[in-house]
Design a protein around this ligand. Structure first.
Ligand code: SF4
Length: 73
């Protein structure tokens, strides 16, 4: 399964990911984005397995993140 990986500590809260892919990304009250339903695999790092049809949305978010803290593997 494809996996989305998020280094949340590096997020600058621009909101692009939640605009492009709101099914998976949502801005939180601490002004950083959150990857919905993901698991924190080590402090500040979150991962979520997604189905192949959900890769494009998350890849758009990853490609548009100005600080490159999202990746799709
Ligand atoms: S696009 Fe990147 S910097 Fe902007 S809110 Fe999303 S994760 Fe944070």
């Amino acid at each position: 399964m494809p996996k989305v990986v998020f280094n949340r500590m590096g997020c600058i809260g621009c909101g692009v990911c939640s605009s492009l892919c709101p099914v998976f990304w949502q801005m939180s009250q601490d002004n950083k984005s959150s990857l919905k339903d993901s698991n924190e695999v080590k402090p500040g790092y979150y991962e979520l397995e997604v189905s192949p049809e959900d890769v494009e949305c998350n890849r758009n978010a990853a490609d548009s993140c100005p600080v490159n803290v999202i990746s799709v593997e």
